[in-house]
Design a protein around this ligand. Structure first.
Ligand code: F6R
Length: 631
């Protein structure tokens, strides 16, 4: 979490009354990176042999307003930070940058410094007066200490980089750190361990960003920094070393980014836009992978067919929404491929001594490809000798880079914090993987499998039909702004969909919501049902799963008998559900394993509409960040 930007170029002037290019580039980069955290924002520029800082709690807009009322001098170098709070509340004092070395050094940090407490004690005893509660200020103070002791021994341009290397050797945890010092006008020194940082190469100017969106408006040429590397950046030079000071070459790449991804394209929010992009996003995931005859071809996956043919177990690791996509894949893989599948929350996986070996395929699902919990699970699995396949949206992100193979979802950039098109495309990729494994290993009922493959190709059109029902869902949401709790229940693949629906409502509308398997209702949660309690029921298909459908009809009656209000998602033509539920939202009929591609959509629309009706920020809900890069 946290977004980081750096700029080294030329100062220009501020005579026009406009901020200098450094300030504009940093603020624009922060705007693009605000999805990574929005508890506070700050920037520092180097000008007139001094460090100038502006920082403010709250959204980036607060910082922009501050920069307008307290303009910064023309500067050639700037660094900026948008924070997702870990250590210390979201206050002005805890906002980055943090200063040290008599306010001549400014530091911004993303990650968590795990040994900050002993370091803080040591530095406080040495005379450093801490002004914030953050672990990040400890990095600033330590860097200042190391810088001072090196300056005593030597001169030369690389003192700040040498101090950074020494500092990194003492830090435990994950970090991206950027530093500027008044002694070194024109220079930014940055380091990374287990936390992202990329360099953007311009003409007479260079950039740093947590990801390419930090500088995509200014250059499309980028260099990827590896693990445990330090970069020194000026307007016309980029020097990279490892933590011992040995020069290393970065990997150049061209930034492939749709400019349109930065606009809402006429929608009220990025989330609304991304919900409506889902038919196209799913089409892209399927693109070229599904033949007209239903044959699935996943191209060069990076994990060979020979390995896939020999696996005995699959473990899916993921977090949040991505883990629900994994649970849907489990149903498909177990039915069609007859391979046992476990789904682990990535942060639980490596701490439970899981049984994985060379014949266990570990599938890591991640939209961002940077989720630290999932990355750590990937590393653990590979250490155990398991082949790892990533299902990822972000091309070139750390998780696919560190996996043996990758199945990209090609959903396109997802800007809203709450996942929507990423989820549907992860489900699609999971279904493709299941179909591929079944066809490769000759398992499952061939008629069912080829019918499912052919039907999958038609799902984008059915998703479009569900989207056409948006107005009804908006009206339903508008009638529920006073709800304090909403329950979601489902069976089979409807269970993970119920959990996803509840997660969307919690994170967007701040309403307590719980999603569970409807069979569990009578084992405890039914105690929650009282007059008027809203229960959203994902009804299994009447034709595809008649047995489960019948059981769900009983569950609906049990809820109604206790005064609950049933809002059902059911297949078109399901008259039985219509006879019992208070409200029925219909979806086109589909094979049961494909149904989540449809049932998830009204739940996304419902959560977004309810949050909108309550006047909440749909794209940036409180306390959250898009990319969770701390464990
Ligand atoms: C919820 C949401 C999160 C993410 C989770 C994993 O709407 O977006 O639950 O799904 O943080 O993120 P990725 O997929 O980037 O690993």
């Amino acid at each position: 979490m946290c977004g980081i930007v750096g700029y080294a170029g030329t100062a220009g002037s501020v005579e026009t009354g406009l901020p200098s290019r450094a300030v504009r580039v940093v603020l624009e980069g922060l705007r693009r990176l605000e999805y990574r955290g929005y508890d506070s924002a700050g920037l520092a520029v180097l000008a007139g042999k001094r460090v100038h800082v502006r920082k403010k709690a709250g959204r980036l807009a607060n910082l922009s307003a501050l920069v307008e009322t307290e303009p910064l001098p023309a500067a050639a170098v700037g660094i900026g930070h948008t924070r997702w709070a870990t250590h210390g509340a979201p206050t002005d004092a805890n906002a980055h940058p943090h200063l040290a070395d008599d306010d001549r050094l400014a530091v911004i940090h993303n990650g968590i410094i795990e040994n900050y407490a002993p370091l803080r004690n040591r530095l406080a005893m040495g005379g450093h007066e801490f002004l914030s509660e953050t672990d990040s200020e400890v990095a600033a103070a330590l860097l200042a200490d190391n810088y001072r002791s090196l300056v005593g021994n030597r001169t030369g341009g690389d003192t700040l980089a040498a101090a950074m290397r020494r500092t990194c050797a003492e830090l435990e945890g994950s970090f991206t750190i950027l530093a500027v010092h008044a002694d070194h006008p024109g220079l930014i020194v940055a380091a990374r361990r287990d936390s992202p940082l990329v360099v953007g190469l311009g003409d007479g100017e260079n950039f740093l960003g947590s990801d390419v969106s930090g500088f995509v408006d200014f250059t499309r040429r980028a260099v990827e920094l590896g693990q445990d590397q330090v970069v020194s950046l000026t307007a016309d030079d980029v020097t990279i070393t490892d933590f011992r000071g040995v020069p290393v070459a970065g990997r150049d790449f061209a930034v492939d980014w749709e400019a349109a991804a930065a606009t809402k394209d006429g929608h009220a929010s990025f989330m609304a836009k991304e919900i409506h992009e889902q038919p196209e996003a799913v089409r892209r995931t399927l693109g070229g992978r599904l033949g007209a005859d239903g044959a699935v071809s996943l191209g060069d996956l990076g994990v060979t067919d020979e390995v896939l043919a020999g696996i005995r177990k699959i473990v899916i690791v993921a977090c949040g929404t991505a883990s629900y996509a994994g649970q849907i894949a489990k149903y498909a893989i177990e039915r069609w491929c007859r391979i046992p599948v476990e789904v682990d929350l990535a942060h639980e996986f490596r701490y439970r001594s899981p049984l994985v070996d060379g014949r266990t395929l570990v599938v890591a699902i991640s939209q961002s490809g940077e989720t630290m919990d999932t990355l750590m699970a990937v590393r653990y699995a590979r250490e155990q000798g398991a082949p790892v396949l990533a299902i990822c949206n972000t091309v070139g992100a750390t998780i696919p880079r560190e996996s043996d193979g990758v199945l990209y979802t090609h959903a396109g950039p997802e800007v809203a914090v709450a996942s929507t098109k990423a989820f549907l495309t992860q489900v699609t990729a999971g279904l493709l993987l299941a179909l591929h494994l079944a066809q490769l290993r000759g398992t499952g009922d061939p008629t069912e499998i080829s019918a499912a493959a052919r039907e999958l190709a038609g799902m984008p059109a059915k998703i479009q039909t569900v989207l056409a029902g948006e107005a009804r869902i908006e009206a339903l949401a508008a009638s529920m702004t006073d709800a304090t709790a909403v329950l979601f229940i489902g069976r089979h693949v409807g269970h993970p969909v119920a959990m996803e629906g509840a997660l969307k409502l919690k994170e967007l509308a701040y309403i307590h919501a719980e999603g569970f398997a409807s069979g569990e209702l009578k084992h405890g949660p039914i105690a929650l049902i009282e007059a008027g309690q809203a229960v959203i029921v994902i009804v299994p298909s009447l034709t595809g799963s008649p047995v489960l459908h019948a059981k769900m009809m009983s569950t609906i009656q049990e809820i109604k008998a206790r005064g609950g209000r049933v809002i059902a998602l059911a297949d078109e033509g399901d008259a039985a559900t219509g006879g019992w539920a208070d409200t029925v939202l219909t979806i086109p009929a589909s094979a049961p394993l494909l149904a989540p591609l449809l049932t998830a959509v009204p739940l996304q629309l419902f959560a977004a509409a309810l949050a909108g009706a309550k006047g909440l920020d749909i794209d940036q809900p409180r306390n959250l960040a898009k990319s969770v890069t701390v464990e």
